[in-house]
Each structure stands twice: as structure tokens, then as C-alpha cells.
Design a protein around this ligand. Structure first.
Ligand code: UFG
Length: 344
């Protein structure tokens, strides 16, 4: 299949591009590298043995995207591109709404013009807001997120649902990710956030490698087993495989449908830190801090629908996630900016 991947150089994008190349797909990446590195794609090509074709472009550049579609003639699109920092979205809501909605409108217009109707969309467990108790089920009721980033996902799910209802040729998968962590087992690609990480796993990894001093634990008084927040961490390689499964499923299913991509298991902040300590062999200093505004005590997936319909299930556990994240972080302490050892 010829698959066009927006944001294909990013964290989840690069692992998915690799999974597609490894199964023999022809892959086209569209990325502006605003929050990612071209080095990720060079490494993906090294692992796969062949490279995706890369177009450095804003997805919102509709004329540019139109030309890429005319040249590449994709069969399907996986759409990762977009802004994703929760805190930043609270400070800059207009930028988040304009960017995440705007680029998706451009993409949909171009897809429609070129009669490409198969789309896998990056949604998020954040669309459940606090409307349900964990485990979250796809059909469980109204959606709504606590911040503008999450709200762009809620709005785009609505837009895509309306688009699919208006024209039966569309085949759209809404993939609601839980908490992706880990890295490819090679240690060559992984998560490389700009600046100080907002998310727990990259923060812990950077403390373990000595880039940051200690982990602030945001709340130890939640009604959970050890008092810290519980999340459904999913290995990014399993998540990438979930995209491939969704793409396959869309061969036989018209319309639009949402699937949770998680493991169905909850891990606390302290358990995740312990897993990184075991993986790295280093002690990771922590400090208990107040709860972070907007955080939930618990969030994990009901994974039944993805298992039944996509035939997909996450296979890797927390120990493997921490081991793979550590291999990436220790081999690339400054992410893709790391100068290889031996270079001057
Ligand atoms: N946490 C800490 N210290 C930190 C960072 C996080 O204790 O330095 C805690 C949080 O309070 C939470 C857990 O670690 O209990 C996980 O926090 P993350 O920031 O890693 O992840 P979130 O669950 O808050 O959010 C993530 C993504 C969002 C996405 C959401 C979906 O960042 O983009 O999952 O549920 F919307």
C-alpha cells in the first residue's frame, strides 16, 4: 500500500513509518520538522533497509500538499501532525485551535480532491475527560477534554464523523492513544521532546541519565493503591502496530469508528519510576509535589473493541518499555542532537 504519513518524523510517527516500511509499504512522509528531526527518518531507513520519501512541508500549505498528492498518489493517509503540549495549549488556545484544526481541514480538502478516502487519525484518551470512570469504553457517552489540546481532538473526531457520514466512500479510524512510552528495541529512535519534558516517562529518563536532577511526583494523596496517579502506559512499538492493524481493518470497513489503543493495565507514577530504576540500574531521586491541575487519579483503557475488531493487542509490559526507553536515552542523552561517540 502507498501510505502518506503526516508528522512521520515525530515520536509515534517515526515508529509507525518503520512498521509500515518493514511490512513492505511504500511510505511518503510529510513533516515540517517543527518539533522533530530529519535524523529520526535517516535512522528509520537504516533499520528498515530502505527509506520513506520525505517532503518537508507544512500540512497546512494546501497548494504544496496538493502537489505532493498529485506526485505521490497515496492510497491512504495516517495523520499525526499537530501540536500536542497540554500546558502550552492552555496558554495559547488560539494557536492550538487554528493549527490543529486548520491543518486537518487542509488535509481533508486535498484528500477529497484526489479521491483518497482512507484516513487513520491520531486521537487521544484525553477525549474522555472526566465523563467516565476507568476503564474507558469507546461507546461510553459524551466526550470533552479539560484543555484546548484535548478539545481539538474532540472537535476533529466530530468533524471526521460528519465527513464520513456525508460521503460513504470515507473509511476513517479514530485511534485514542493512552500514554505512549518506550522506544524501538534498537535504541536508535525514541522520544526527543524539545526543552524540559512535560510527560512523566521522558522526564524520568532524563533524570536517570543525569540531564535533570529529580522527578517531581505530582500528588501522593490520590485514591489509588500507592497514592500516586495511575495511567495506561503503552509501548510505542505496540502503538505503531495498532496503526498498521487499523489500516488493514479499513480495507474492509467503511464509515468512521473509534478504537482505544492501550494495554488495559494501570501503572502508578512510583511503579513507573521503579521500572526505570531497574532498567537503568540507577537510583532516581523523587520529590512529592502538589497535584498538577487538571490531572485525573486514574485513566486506563477498555481494550476489548480493538482486540475484537482490529485483532490487535499490546504485547509489551512496563519492564520492556522502561528497558527500551533507557537504551534510547542512554545511547542518545541529548536525543537526536547527540554527537555520536568517536566524532569530533
Ligand atoms: N507526572 C508526575 N511528574 C511529572 C509528570 C507527570 O508525577 O513530572 C504524573 C502525572 O501527574 C500523571 C502521570 O505522571 O499522574 C502521567 O502524566 P503525563 O504527563 O506523562 O501524561 P498524562 O496522562 O497527563 O497525559 C498524556 C498526554 C496527553 C494525553 C493524555 C491522554 O500527555 O497528551 O495522556 O490521557 F492527552
Amino acid at each position: 500500500m502507498r501510505v502518506l504519513v503526516t508528522g512521520g518524523a515525530g515520536y509515534i510517527g517515526s515508529h509507525t513509518v518503520l512498521a509500515l516500511l518493514e511490512r513492505g509499504d511504500d511510505v511518503i512522509v510529510v513533516d515540517n520538522f517543527a518539533n522533530s528531526s530529519p535524523i529520526a527518518l535517516e535512522r528509520v531507513a537504516g533499520i528498515a533497509g530502505h527509506a520513506p520519501r520525505v517532503h518537508r512541508l507544512d500540512v497546512g500549505d494546501e497548494d504544496g500538499l496538493d502537489a505532493v498528492f498529485a506526485q505521490e498518489r497515496p492510497d491512504a493517509v495516517i495523520h499525526f501532525a499537530g501540536l500536542k503540549a497540554v500546558g502550552e495549549s492552555v496558554a495559547q488556545p488560539l494557536r492550538y485551535y487554528a493549527e490543529n484544526l486548520g491543518i486537518t481541514f487542509s488535509l481533508l480538502s486535498v484528500m477529497q480532491r484526489h479521491e483518497v478516502h482512507t484516513l487513520v487519525f491520531s486521537s487521544s484518551a484525553t477525549v474522555y475527560g472526566d465523563h467516565q470512570q476507568a476503564p474507558y469504553r469507546e461507546e461510553g457517552g459524551p466526550l470533552g477534554a479539560a484543555n484546548p489540546y484535548g478539545q481539538t481532538k474532540v472537535m476533529l473526531e466530530r468533524v471526521l464523523t460528519d465527513v464520513a457520514h456525508a460521503d460513504p466512500r470515507w473509511r476513517i479510524a479514530l485511534l485514542r492513544y493512552f500514554n505512549p512510552i518506550g522506544a524501538h528495541e534498537s535504541g536508535l529512535i525514541g522520544e526527543d521532546p524539545r526543552g524540559v519534558p512535560n510527560n512523566l516517562a521522558p522526564y524520568v529518563a532524563q533524570v536517570a541519565v543525569g540531564r535533570l536532577a529529580e522527578v517531581g511526583v505530582f500528588g501522593a494523596d490520590y485514591p489509588t493503591a500507592d497514592g500516586t496517579g495511575e495511567r495506561d502506559y503503552i509501548h510505542v512499538v505496540d502503538l505503531a502496530a495498532g496503526h498498521v492493524a487499523a489500516l488493514e481493518h479499513l480495507r474492509t470497513r467503511e464509515g468512521v469508528r473509534a478504537w482505544n489503543l492501550g494495554t488495559g493495565r494501570a501503572t502508578s507514577v512510583l511503579e513507573l519510576i521503579a521500572a526505570f530504576e531497574a532498567a537503568s540500574g540507577r537510583s532516581i531521586p523523587t520529590r512529592i509535589e502538589p497535584r498538577r491541575e487538571g490531572d485525573l487519579a486514574q485513566a486506563w483503557a477498555d481494550t476489548q473493541r480493538a482486540e475484537d475488531e482490529l485483532g490487535w493487542r499490546a504485547e509489551r509490559g512496563i519492564a520492556e518499555m522502561a528497558a527500551d526507553a533507557w537504551r534510547w536515552q542512554s545511547g542518545n542523552p541529548q536525543g537526536y542532537d547527540t554527537v555520536p561517540s568517536g566524532a569530533v
